[in-house]
Design a protein around this ligand. Structure first.
Ligand code: GDP
Length: 687
């Protein structure tokens, strides 16, 4: 692939709901522009963008894929982002580097959940946007209906620049309003024709409002238009391109990715109307406490931003980055400001799906990749040596679903640890945690599909891993006051053991923890052995009380004891403490406590009732609600953590994917008595 100047580069992300046709459209774009000679099909598992085994098996994209193609003297870096909610974080990472987002909307299904949430994200980033209404060949295709919907959801900036020539079985091509010409396809090849008679009147109408919409943005053009002059298509395009670049106008195009109608026109529009990296506002980078603007100047110091990491079973780690300024060449040495470590570029390449193509350099504005950059993570800046500036890292959403995993056998444990390290490094939305209380290794992720994929990746890296039931960290406490004797006496052979303590246990308020009170007077227990009593109690608290769970919120008073001048030792008093504490707990009306999460669920208002009803069924207590933007409501509730194990999946099914939530640990509360038997654990050995 040759080198392209910054102005001729287009970084484009395809966004949309899963199934709208992004991968097929990427394939079609590569095909019509000659980047590939044979077109793959999602169903056959041979497309450029769905190349992993997991994607081929499922038939939809699970990760961001890069697929560059050339159009005239332009290079377009196409990013195909997964449309599945679990992988929205990949789309967010792509939005950080894309200069244009093309929203693929199915002409049959219209605007869907992910279309809307990704549009809002692009809006926040200020990313220029276009829409491609796809599947015009499908039965029940309704371009006009989808257009109304787009206007309704995304406002007056929605500007159709094309109309379908025929829909459903009759779909043959598209009418280009800027050029006032029709493109009718025969075996994938376009024939440029006059607008067909039956479309004429409608086309003129839509065209007029498009032209009016464009000329108002330019005083001089407007004046000429009002005097009766119709600007030519090149002039219109130039003005339109400014609106696109500013993020105020969103051209709507259409076609069929499957039949490859309108696809060449889309490639052309990306190059003619879409901004180059140089047309975008400069990127703000942090240099110490200062903020500096960086423009894509190929002769400046090299600076790049890593937005994706791939773990390739053969090549190892591949970091995919956008060059923000300067030109990166093999042997360029950069620094990672996050760690201060140096990263030396060896193999410089560009990716086309799974294919890696070595390149001599990557100039500012372009996207490239490098293998084996040790210690470099997604979101890292690669800065010039001696100038450790950093780009704002990507804010990944908080994980919403947790599973517990373990190695199938002891022998697999090392392999699992290794594989986990590699998978975590490549997937910034995945988190691992070791819960000491439940002795489980937890994986936190964005949903079932995301976590399943992580498991598959671990297995593909040779780790024999299995998923186990997620343990809830229950606790126990007491509701009454009681006293008990702890007596440890052993007199078999030689030196004996003897220690007695008298303990009183009392409940403390939630969150108070543990208090030990020493009321020993007159040497009933020698001073030096009293800490041993406390230690015995603390060990038992951690190991588990009456129900087998850690004990919390109790005060223990040691008020009397007995000792033996020869046989007493630290060990005997520690054992006495353990025995006395257990006996006192049993008499003090012990109860189980369960963790309660503070939950915030945001859903469209019309679903508020369903979601609250469901929270009720989960023993949740709604604390309040708050109206937010776009007709949504946020519900605040306290819900037992055990009832939220699969909430990410279940909320999605209740709301058709239109709900989202955050949960964090809030406090512990009494477990209802009817659930105690389900939760009770056998006492740990040796207690
Ligand atoms: P993605 O999930 O957005 O990447 O969508 P895919 O590209 O995987 O497409 C989903 C399904 O729609 C596949 O079965 C495609 O063959 C089909 N599809 C995509 N584009 C078109 C189109 O223009 N016309 C028709 N009839 N089917 C299409």
């Amino acid at each position: 692939m040759k080198e392209f100047p910054t102005e001729k580069i287009r970084n484009v992300v395809l966004l949309g709901h899963g199934g709208s046709g992004k991968t097929t459209l990427a394939e079609a774009l590569l095909h019509v522009t000659g980047a590939i000679s044979r077109k793959g099909r999602v169903e056959d598992g041979n497309t450029v963008c769905d190349f992993t085994d997991e994607e081929k098996a499922r038939g939809f994209s699970l990760s961001l894929a890069l697929a560059p193609f050339e159009w005239g003297d332009h290079k377009v870096n196409l990013l195909d982002a997964p449309g599945y909610a679990d992988f929205e974080f990949e789309a967010l990472a792509a939005l950080r580097v894309a200069d244009l987002a093309i929203f693929v909307v199915s002409a049959v299904d219209g605007v869907q959940v992910q279309t809307e949430s990704l549009w809002r994200a692009a809006e926040q980033f200020g990313t220029p946007r276009m829409v491609f209404v796809n599947k015009l060949d499908r039965e029940r295709s309704d371009f006009a209906g989808v257009l109304d919907q787009l206007r309704d959801r995304f406002g007056a900036g929605i500007a159709p620049t094309q109309l379908p020539v025929g829909e459903e079985h009759d779909h043959r091509g598209v009418a280009d309003l800027l050029r006032d010409r029709a493109f009718v396809y025969e075996n994938g090849k376009p024939n440029e024709l006059p607008i067909p008679e039956d479309l004429r009147e409608h086309e003129e109408q839509v065209r007029e409002s498009l032209v009016e919409g464009i000329v108002v943005a330019d005083d001089e053009l407007l004046e000429r238009y009002l005097e009766g002059e119709v600007p030519d298509s090149a002039e219109l395009e130039k003005t339109l391109a400014r609106g696109v670049s500013a993020g105020t106008v969103f051209p709507v195009m259409c076609g069929s990715a499957l039949l490859e109608t309108g696809v060449d026109l889309l490639a052309r529009a990306v190059c003619d109307l879409g901004p180059s990296p140089a047309d975008r506002p400069p990127v703000g980078v942090r240099a110490g406490s200062e903020e500096v603007d960086v423009s894509p100047d190929p002769s400046a110091d090299p600076l790049a931003f890593v937005f994706k990491t791939i773990v390739d079973p053969y090549v190892g780690q591949i970091s995919v980055f956008k060059v923000l300024s300067g030109t990166i060449r093999p042997d360029t040495t950069l620094v990672v400001p996050r760690t201060g470590a140096e990263a030396r570029i060896h193999a410089l390449m560009t990716l086309r799906g799974k294919e890696q193509v070595t390149v001599p350099s990557i100039p500012a504005g372009d996207i490239g990749a490098a293998a084996k950059l040790q210690g470099v993570h997604t979101g890292d800046t690669l800065a010039p040596k001696g100038k450790p500036v950093s780009v704002q890292p990507i804010e990944f959403p908080e994980p919403v679903l947790t599973i517990a995993i373990r190695a199938k056998s002891q022998a697999d444990e090392d392999k699992l640890a290794n594989a986990l390290a590699r998978v975590l490094e490549a997937d910034p939305a995945l988190r691992m945690e070791r819960n000491e209380e439940t002795q489980q290794t937890l994986l936190h992720g964005m949903g079932e599909a995301h976590l399943n994929l992580a498991i598959e990746k671990l297995r593909s890296l040779g780790a024999d891993v299995e998923v186990e039931e997620l343990q809830i960290p229950y606790r126990e406490t007491i509701t009454g006051t009681a006293e008990a004797e702890g007596k440890y006496k052993k007199q078999t052979g030689g030196h004996g053991q003897f220690g007695v303590c008298y303990l009183r246990v009392e409940p403390l308020p939630r969150g108070a923890g543990f208090e030990f009170v020493d009321q020993i007077v007159g040497g009933a227990i020698p001073r030096q052995f009293i800490p041993a009593v406390q230690k015995g109690i603390e060990e038992t608290m951690a190991e588990g009380g009456v129900f087998g769970y850690p004990v919390m919120d109790v005060r223990v008073t040691c008020f009397d004891g007995k000792y033996h001048p020869v046989d007493s030792s630290e060990l005997s008093f520690k054992m006495a403490g353990r025995l006395g504490f257990k006996a006192a707990l049993e008499k003090a009306s012990p109860v189980l406590l369960e963790p309660i999460s503070a939950l915030e669920v945001t859903v469209p208002q019309e679903l508020q009732g369903d979601v609250m009803g469901d929270l009720n069924a989960r023993r949740g207590r709604v604390q309040g609600t708050e109206l937010s933007d776009h007709g949504e409501v946020t519900i605040f509730a306290e819900v037992p953590t055990a009832e939220l194990k699969r909430y990410a999946t279940e909320l999605r099914s209740i709301t058709g994917g239109r709900g989202r939530f955050k949960a964090r640990h809030s406090h512990y509360d009494f477990l209802p008595p009817n659930l105690v038997d389900q939760v009770r654990r056998s006492r740990p050995e040796g207690g």
